[in-house]
Ligand binder design. Structure first.
Ligand code: FES
Length: 294
């Protein structure tokens, strides 16, 4: 049994209210709870985690935000000394240091928390939130003949799949080099999945793009190993030579340039990836030769 477990098993030595369950509130709650205080963590949103849980990377190390916050969310959610009071607002605070009385108003959640598995299905089925999309879906979106044929063929290919969305989006992305918005509306209509959900998936994975991309995707690794071995200079060189910035596409639609964080070849850094192929130990002077092969 470690010292934290020993502290948790003791009777709390006092009670503290922490308002706001972002990363700061969560860390404060954990520190206080591990010191033996009973903590009431008050959060206005339905879940704890705040903005950090919505971010991709953190400054300055570019570490994955969820990798940092997830263990704290789990610890906070199951800590015997922490009571999470979500969907709630602090409405009054009375008393003096050492003896405060806090009034909290808890809003209706419309979901039985004890049964919730976090599947998110209630969001997809919410008639209020999806009203705009439901109305739009009454009419089949119109596509050009070729586009329609291509998308129908993709949908047909995955019709037996119980979760067809991601494979369908992958095939559309492969066929059109990006996910054209009218096609997403058509997929939404055909699969009877809300456009809100499709956009959530499409914008979560870096593999998908809602903007037209070049024929070849050039990815420059900016993970720590590649960064210290010259990844930044490679990126600058490519930006200069192609006349575009990271995230942009050349006018002739031949190349798109992007930065990525670690593609798992750190020992071979610095690396770039062109489409599916990874080039290791790339040199500043020869990086354009590599690209010109395409
Ligand atoms: S940091 Fe570039 S491959 Fe890992």
């Amino acid at each position: 049994m470690n010292s934290n477990d020993q502290q948790n098993n003791k009777k709390p030595i006092g009670a503290v209210a922490v308002v706001g369950a972002g990363i700061g509130g969560i860390q404060a709650s954990l520190d206080l709870a591990n010191s033996g205080f009973k903590v009431y963590l008050v959060e206005e949103e339905p879940t704890i985690g705040g903005r950090m849980a919505q971010l991709d990377k953190t400054f300055p190390t570019n570490d994955c935000s969820m990798c940092i916050i997830s263990p704290k969310l789990v610890e906070c959610g199951g800590h015997p000394n922490i009571e999470n009071i979500t969907c709630s607002d602090l409405i009054d605070l009375k008393g003096k240091p050492g003896h405060f009385t806090v009034s909290i108003k808890r809003r209706a959640r419309s979901v039985d928390e004890s049964l919730c598995t976090g599947c998110g299905e209630c969001t997809n089925q919410c008639l209020v939130r999806n009203r705009a999309y439901l109305d739009v879906q009454m009419i089949e979106p119109t596509l050009g003949e070729d586009e329609k044929m291509a998308v129908d063929e993709i949908l047909e290919r995955h019709k037996e799949n119980r979760s067809p969305l991601i494979p369908v989006l992958q095939d559309i992305n492969g066929r059109f080099n990006y996910l054209p918005p009218p096609i997403l509306s058509y997929v939404s209509f055909k699969l009877n999945i809300s456009l809100a959900h499709i956009l959530r998936v499409a914008t979560f994975y870096a593999f998908f793009s809602l903007e037209p991309r070049g024929k070849h995707m050039v990815s420059v690794c900016m993970g720590t190993a590649c960064h210290v071995r010259g990844g930044e200079r490679l990126l600058e060189k490519l930006e200069d030579e192609l006349g575009i910035k990271s995230g942009q596409t050349t006018e002739d639609k031949k190349y798109s340039l992007e930065m990525v964080r670690c593609i798992g070849c750190c020992a071979l850094s610095p690396v770039i990836r062109v489409d599916e192929r990874v080039y290791s130990r790339v040199r500043y002077n020869t990086v354009m030769d590599t690209l010109m092969k395409y």
